[in-house]
Design a protein around this ligand. Structure first.
Ligand code: GAR
Length: 197
């Protein structure tokens, strides 16, 4: 990835703590000066997503497209694609964006679409990853940043972080431990893409 004006668009569905970690990294690590990069927009499929209000307070453009108002997954994804394209992004970051994407959407953003998943992929694709890791007696859990393909939670692994599973962990305590590491590896993965590495 080269040239100036690298726009980052972040998609969220909820609290947006990974989005906030990336926005903070952009500021503290001078992505604008070093890579000509900025977080251009935060977009959610949930109008009430907490992260939208936070992003707006930071002066970032926000948009909400309520997926329940669209007649099909394809129609929603086409509208979302259109909204994202307005910002001409170099990187599209899925940060707790809880939607299965259509192949057309994935193809459109091929090579610039990344996701974070709260497990050590390829283990535990899908939902309830923390509880499933505990139930399986795993000693370690973690998170993975990966490129997005049309197969759910697959694609080239860009970063991983490992955390221990501690006796007595619940899905909540484990999720909090994993999330703290997500906030480290996701900005790092985005920065590497911006740097062209
Ligand atoms: C994160 O733990 C992320 O890994 C997970 O949702 C959470 C979002 O938190 N994503 C998935 O489960 C995607 N399949 P955040 O909104 O605070 O960043």
């Amino acid at each position: 990835m080269s040239g100036v004006n690298k726009n980052i668009v972040i998609l969220i569905s909820g609290s947006g703590s990974n989005m906030a970690a990336i926005v903070e990294a952009a500021r503290v690590r001078h992505w604008q000066a070093r890579f000509g990069a900025r977080v251009a927009a935060v977009i959610s499929n949930k109008v009430a997503a907490q992260g939208l209000a936070w992003a707006s307070e930071q002066g970032i453009a926000t948009a909400a497209l309520d997926h329940t108002q669209f007649e099909s997954r394809e129609v929603f994804d086409a509208a979302l694609m259109h909204e994202i394209d307005r910002h001409e992004p170099s990187v599209v970051v899925l940060a707790g964006f809880m939607r299965i994407l259509t192949p057309g959407f994935v193809q459109h953003f091929e090579d610039r679409l990344i996701n974070i998943h709260p497990s050590l992929l390829p283990a535990f694709t899908g939902l309830k990853t923390h509880q499933r890791a505990i139930d399986m007696g795993c000693r370690f859990a973690g998170a993975t940043v990966h490129r997005v393909t049309s197969e759910l939670d697959h694609g080239e692994i860009l970063e991983q972080a490992v955390v221990p599973i501690i006796r007595g962990d619940t899905a909540q305590t484990l999720a909090a431990r994993v999330l703290a590491q997500e906030h480290v590896i996701y900005p790092r993965a985005v920065e590497k893409l911006l740097a062209g590495g």
